[in-house]
Design a protein around this ligand. Structure first.
Ligand SMILES: *Cc1c(COP(=O)(O)O)cnc(C)c1O
Length: 578
């Protein structure tokens, strides 16, 4: 008789990585400040879902030892940027490998740090953080991976060389020989296509040499590169697409590939990172259905699909709702589609979980601002990057009307947060303007602007308010994700019909839309006030049952769909297998 044999277990660690995910910013976790906003949060959530779904991926970004900045606001709303302190050695693992890229005709040595992301399973997806702070490099080159979105055009281009070209080289050096797709999360990393293109020529050269013992022809293999590349574009605003003048490119990148090849791929007049990625990717997508449409109009002649963004369900669900889901719809964090059964959760328990999250926010607000916000009062939340099209002051379009609603229909309190880019004068002025508005509505409406909007605060806000307000000017919002975080906590949205909300909105079921037949700002504002006065605030105060119904539907209709699990599954089918 022979002894019974058992098959050895599959060692997940040794599964070769097939997807390389490149992003200028990644919010790996809440305490690593190497992200600025939506793009980085999305990247972090995507990687967590890769891990949940055991997608054999590896991610690449830059280290940013000095992060973005800590936002301090004085009594008048003037923004001050304080340095961020964080210690990579405490959170990341330094790897022994080094690679070199040429910047301004000099070799720049790059090293790498690793952070392993796991979601709700044991499976890990490594993030590789590239770092140029090595004594081999000049002082200027050592600082290239210090600041996220800091510095001038030259600094940015050098960073993108490190990310794109250095990133591909580092993956080879680290022993990822089997990458089948390079996914560029926005155009910042699209120089990676040039490194891949160069590699195809070097390979051709070698083969030809072997055959004929001489170099006769070494064409680049564009199709081979296209087969390797996937590109996600993120902004419908033209200025949001990185581009560089060719004299600067020649200065910083040198003659990496011949100028005529570069111009053919990246545009005649400037090196446009979006065009470069579009021309050398087999699959390109926008981040919501509408954004796909807008992108196709912006770049006629290209096939551009749409994969609507999501958020990582477990990450963005507050403690009290996690407990509730665990109890009534177990398995939700591994299989987010289960959230569709949120209607099974008893209404009073939904309300109690919400009040717990709301109290947490109100306590934070009162502690940090010396205010007396009241957990019993209808609370509106609004937080995002402070930039023109997001229209921070939209709710104050007609202060008289707003005050009347608060006096006659029901009390209102409003919580704002958001950073302005330090060079964005309009953004900085907008924050000050908001502080003026707060004075105008005092004491009938309490409003605050919380300092230093980051992921941690984002979670506190999206789970702790009663209504999530979003007023982007159409069609500038590519997707938006904060409303999806709110939905995971049973918080409905009131939003202009742009980005993801076009897909997530069901009138009076998942929230409300700010609509306008005339298409004017006045008309839109009028609609917002009408919805608040006649539908939303009366329902909140007088028909709690109906309100909680909407909370439940926000979860079952929207959280079950607008998550990165569904999103990553779409990427696998549409983008990685194409
Ligand atoms: C979720 C999040 C964003 C992106 O949300 P939008 O709806 O796209 O504005 C930006 N910043 C932080 C800190 C976030 O948590």
């Amino acid at each position: 008789m022979t002894e019974k044999q058992t098959l050895p277990k599959v060692k997940e660690k040794n599964i070769p990585r097939k997807i390389a995910y490149f992003s200028m910013e990644i919010a790996a976790n809440f305490s690593i400040p190497t992200y600025s906003g939506g793009l980085g949060i999305l990247a972090g959530d995507t990687i967590k879902s890769f891990a949940d779904l055991k997608v054999p991926a590896v991610a690449v970004t830059l280290l940013y030892k000095k992060g973005l900045f800590y936002q301090k606001l004085d009594n008048e709303g003037s923004q001050e940027e304080l340095p961020v302190e964080w210690d990579p050695e405490k959170c990341l693992r330094l790897l022994p490998q080094k690679v070199t890229v040429q910047i301004e005709n000099k070799p720049v040595v790059i090293r790498a740090w690793q952070y392993d992301v796991s979601g709700v399973t044991e499976y890990c997806v490594p993030i590789i953080f590239l770092d140029s702070d090595l004594k081999e490099n000049s002082e200027y080159h050592r600082g290239l991976t210090d600041h996220l979105y800091g510095g001038d055009e030259r600094y940015r281009l050098a960073q993108e060389i490190i990310l794109g070209i250095g990133g591909v080289r580092m993956l080879n050096e680290l022993g990822y020989p089997d990458i089948k797709k390079y996914h560029m999360n926005e155009g910042h990393s699209s120089l990676l296509t040039l490194e891949l293109l160069k590699n195809t020529r070097d390979q051709n050269e070698q083969e030809i040499r072997k055959e004929k013992d001489q170099i006769t022809d070494y064409d680049y293999d564009y199709d081979a590169v296209r087969n390797l590349c996937v590109f996600t574009t993120h902004t419908p605003v033209a200025a949001g697409h990185d581009s560089f003048p060719y004299d600067l490119v020649e200065d910083v990148l040198g003659d990496f590939v011949p100028l005529n090849v570069l111009k053919m791929c990246a545009g005649e007049n400037r090196l446009n990172m979006t065009l470069l990625a579009l021309n050398l990717s087999k699959y390109t997508n926008g981040v919501a259905k509408k954004h796909g449409e807008v992108s196709r109009k912006m770049f006629p002649g290209y096939t551009i699909g749409a994969i609507t963004n999501g958020v990582h369900s477990h990450t963005w669900t507050s403690e009290s709702f996690r407990k509730l889901y665990d109890q009534h719809i177990p398995g939700w964090e591994k299989d987010n589609f289960i959230l569709r059964h949120a209607s099974r959760i008893p209404k009073h328990e939904i309300w109690e979980a919400h009040i717990e999250a709301k109290k947490k926010l109100i306590d934070y607000v009162n502690e940090n601002n010396g205010t007396k916000f009241d957990p019993g009062v209808f609370t509106i939340g609004f937080a995002r990057r402070v930039t023109g099209y997001k229209r921070f002051d939209f709710i104050f379009s007609d202060i008289y009307r707003l005050l009347n609603i608060a006096r006659n229909v029901g009390k209102i309190q409003i919580v704002f947060a958001g950073k302005a880019h330090f060079r964005d004068g309009h953004g900085r002025d907008m924050i000050k303007k908001m502080f003026d508005h707060f004075q105008q509505v005092k004491p009938n409406i309490k409003a605050v602007f919380l300092e230093n909007y980051d992921a941690e605060l984002g979670k506190l806000l999206t789970s702790g308010v009663d209504l999530w307000l979003n007023t982007p000017q159409k069609p500038n919002e590519a997707s938006g994700t904060s409303g999806m975080k709110a939905a995971h906590n049973g918080v409905p949205s009131l939003s202009t019909l742009d980005g993801w909300w076009i897909e997530g909105f069901i009138d009076g079921v998942t929230g409300w839309a700010i609509e306008s037949d005339a298409g004017t700002i006045q008309d839109e504002a009028l609609d917002m006030y009408n919805k608040l006065e006649y539908i939303i605030i009366p329902m909140f105060y007088k028909d709690r049952e109906k309100w909680i119904n909407i909370m439940q539907q926000s979860i079952s209709v929207n959280a079950s769909y607008f998550n990165t699990q569904r999103m990553v599954q779409e990427y696998i089918l549409d983008a990685y297998f194409c």
